[in-house]
Structure formats: structure tokens, C-alpha cells
Design a protein around this ligand. Structure first.
Ligand SMILES: [Zn+2]
Ligand SMILES: [Zn+2]
Ligand SMILES: [Zn+2]
Length: 153
């Protein structure tokens, strides 16, 4: 998702709204702390590290203790509201619906932009492989590192 091809304020509001609904449908709560952490991550579609999340929060109020950030991140990760971007040791707010498909993450090595896209055949291929090996897949996160359209131009 290119930063200048969409209205990110609306995108961010939708994302928070969707997170609220998902939490209540699962009988849990997007507490204030969890919502704030999600909002700070969702400020852009670029992967953001835990330290940067703390800095963003500190610039807008009190500096949070790292443990509170990690607790909120654990919750957000558990519910697929954020994803860990392994190649960057960072996080990204989820923009997909995991109930219907397993998306893959396209990670730009230049600018850190992460585009979460549906790739059903990729997920099926992984599933076929794991099933054949009688390995029970619980979570499939496919991450592709490369150069985004903006950086290649
Ligand atoms: Zn956006
Ligand atoms: Zn997602
Ligand atoms: Zn890029």
C-alpha cells in the first residue's frame, strides 16, 4: 500500500474500529493501553520497532515502561491485530481479514514499507506441505523481503 495512494487517516480509523469489533466479538477488550499502542504502530504502513513505539508514545505524553508495551504487543499479536516483521525486528498493524485468508507480508528493505496482501495459493501450498509431513500448522506468516514500487522508481 503506497503511502500517497490512499487517505491514511481514514485507513487508520477503520483499522482501530475493526480492532474494537474483533475484540468484542472474541469476548475481550481493546483496553486504552492496547489501543494507544495499536494507534502508534498504525501511524504508517512502515514496520516500527518496540523502541520507536515507546518514543512515539513518550512524545505524546508520559514515557511508558517497556513491559507495558510488550504486554500490549503480546495481546495485539495474539489477536492478529499487529504482525511481527521478522526481517526488521519490528511490528506492523494488520490490514487484512485473517478469518477468510492467510495474507503474506511484502517488506521493503529500503523504506520499511510493509504491504499485507492476500495470497491464497501460497498459503495452500504451505498447508499442503505441512499436512504431507503431518505437521500441524498453527500460524503461517509468510514474509517476502524486497524493494517496493516507490523505492524502485
Ligand atoms: Zn493506510
Ligand atoms: Zn494481518
Ligand atoms: Zn520502499
Amino acid at each position: 500500500m503506497s503511502q500517497n495512494q490512499h487517505n491514511h487517516e481514514t485507513c487508520k480509523a477503520d483499522l482501530i474500529d475493526r480492532a474494537e469489533k474483533l475484540c468484542s466479538s472474541r469476548g475481550t477488550k481493546l483496553t486504552n493501553q492496547r489501543r494507544i499502542v495499536l494507534q502508534r504502530i498504525a501511524e504508517s504502513h512502515n514496520a516500527v520497532g518496540a523502541y520507536e513505539i515507546i518514543e512515539r508514545m513518550a512524545s505524546m505524553g508520559a514515557r511508558p515502561a517497556p513491559i507495558t508495551i510488550y504486554r500490549a504487543l503480546d495481546f495485539l499479536l495474539d489477536h492478529d491485530l499487529v504482525h511481527r516483521v521478522e526481517s526488521r525486528n519490528a511490528y506492523i498493524a494488520c490490514t487484512c481479514n485473517h478469518a477468510t485468508s492467510q495474507p503474506i507480508l511484502l517488506v521493503c528493505a529500503e523504506c520499511g514499507l510493509v504491504n499485507e496482501v492476500y495470497a491464497p495459493s501460497a498459503a495452500l501450498a504451505v498447508q499442503a506441505t505441512t499436512t504431507a509431513l503431518r505437521f500441524t500448522a498453527k500460524k503461517i506468516v509468510l514474509e517476502v523481503t524486497g524493494i517496493c514500487a516507490d523505492c524502485v522508481a
